[in-house]
Design a protein around this ligand. Structure first.
Ligand code: GLV
Ligand code: MN
Ligand code: MN
Ligand code: MN
Length: 427
């Protein structure tokens, strides 16, 4: 059955019960109570979750391998294994107090897409591969898409990781070792994949926004991923006693941070485009005592836009504000570090077309849209033609415990994924 259209919609049945059970089981590997999920890179819970995914891959008959940083690959060998494979996948790490679906749907859904194709008797020509990426979320080491960024050949990241520590001062290598990955510095470049390693890369993901649900559309076909950036900032002042130091004598690092947070909002709004966003998601004061003037403040700023130039000009304005605020408040701007400043990515036309054909074949309503969130696809696009499939999620909620996607919507996404994989595998 080497044909795509021999896969009739009725022959494609998703095992919804199993997929829902897997989503629920995976969510129990969490460091915070349900319904929230917290699963941080190389933590004990991350290790358990990784073991769970590898087992599912093996049960699906995939041959499993891991690279030095723990990107996990499960391969179904095609009839022409020398051809570049078609890959799909996502991540299973979860930011603090988030939900069960972000990333997870794209990993469990990918394994189920393989199971479904196997049940239907399909034989791939190009090999099909499921990838579980290491640390899409920046939680532990401050850099998003760690695994896929390395896969895409980022020398910058490979070098930075040699010096990188987490909030507990645990090195990247120390944390990896705890999780069973004994990485040597020189192994990091082994993770790099050459351009052309894959014929195509697909990612299934919840939308994380409200559009599909609002419009009653089943499938979003992503045309582009917005350009993310993140910045770390630190101010330092003299601190002192909250009662004894009079107001004119202060240089309060906390107030400098507060002012910069408001400046971020102002510069973002001033861009004049609804597509420009900025967030101060981390704001820490030192020493953090009610009766002590903050002597140090630390902010982490996330800003994004579909227009890279406009996003970069927001970053410049934020930098200028940080300098001005430090001067006016007589504090020191001891750090202004751009952690990442990534360009946007475009989906491949032929893959968009394959996803549209798949949705039509399945009689599912669909629309083209951009992704405002970033994904491992942003980096896979550097080494492979890329496409993404979105499914609706409840009220667009994500990165919070209320995140939810119905199993019917997930099943629709899995079917579109399976058909697109099948079509591309025969190309
Ligand atoms: C991914 O989690 C993002 O922050 O867009
Ligand atoms: Mn996320
Ligand atoms: Mn995600
Ligand atoms: Mn810092």
């Amino acid at each position: 059955p080497h044909s795509f259209f021999s896969l009739s919609p009725s022959s494609l049945s998703v095992d919804k019960e199993s997929v829902q059970r897997q989503i629920d089981e995976l969510s129990t590997f969490s460091d915070t109570p349900a319904p929230s999920v917290t699963r941080v890179l190389y933590s004990e819970k991350d290790v358990l979750a990784r073991r769970y995914i590898k087992k599912l891959m093996e049960q699906a008959g995939l041959s499993v391998r891991e690279d030095a940083v723990g990107n996990i690959f499960g391969q179904w060998s095609g009839s022409e294994p020398a051809l570049a494979a078609v890959a799909t996948g996502s991540h299973i790490d979860a930011i603090p107090y988030s939900g069960k679906y972000d990333g997870v749907v794209g990993v469990l859904g990918a394994v189920e897409a393989i199971n479904l194709l196997k049940r239907s008797g399909f034989q791939p020509k190009r090999s099909l591969e499921v990838i579980m990426f290491t640390s899409e979320e920046p939680t532990r080491f401050g850099i998003g898409c760690l695994g896929s960024r390395l896969l895409s050949g980022s020398e910058t990241l490979a070098n930075a990781l040699k010096e990188t520590v987490d909030g507990q001062n645990i090195s990247f290598f120390g944390a990896a070792k705890f999780a069973g990955y004994n990485i040597h510095e020189e192994h990091l470049s082994n993770v790099f994949l050459k351009k052309g390693s894959y014929f195509a890369f697909l990612e299934l993901h919840i939308e994380q926004g409200p559009v599909l649900e609002d419009e009653g559309v089943s499938i979003g076909i992503v045309t582009a991923i917005a350009a993310p950036a993140s910045i770390n900032v630190e101010f330092e002042g003299n601190g002192g006693h909250a009662g004894a130091v009079l107001m004119p004598a202060r240089n309060d690092a906390g107030l400098a941070a507060a002012e910069l947070a408001l400046a971020v909002e102002k510069h973002v709004l001033d861009s004049g485009s609804i597509d420009t966003v900025g967030t101060v998601g981390i704001l820490e004061l030192h020493p953090g005592a009610i009766n002590s003037i903050p002597s140090k403040s630390h902010l982490e700023i996330d800003t994004r836009d579909i227009d890279e130039k406009r996003r970069n000009s927001v970053i410049e304005k934020i930098h200028q504000s940080a300098i001005d605020i430090a001067k006016n408040r007589r504090v020191k701007l001891s750090e202004f570090q751009i952690i990442n400043q990534d360009p946007p990515a475009l989906s491949e036309k032929s893959i968009i077309n394959a996803m549209e054909v798949a949705a039509q074949h399945l009689n599912l309503s669909h629309k083209l849209m951009i992704s405002r969130a970033y994904h491992d696809s942003l980096f896979m696009a550097r080494i492979s033609p890329m496409g993404m499939i979105f499914i609706p999620c409840y009220k667009g909620f994500s990165h919070k415990p209320e995140e939810y996607a119905s199993i019917d919507d997930i099943a629709n996404g899995v079917k579109v994924l399976a058909l697109t994989l099948a079509k591309l595998s025969l190309a």
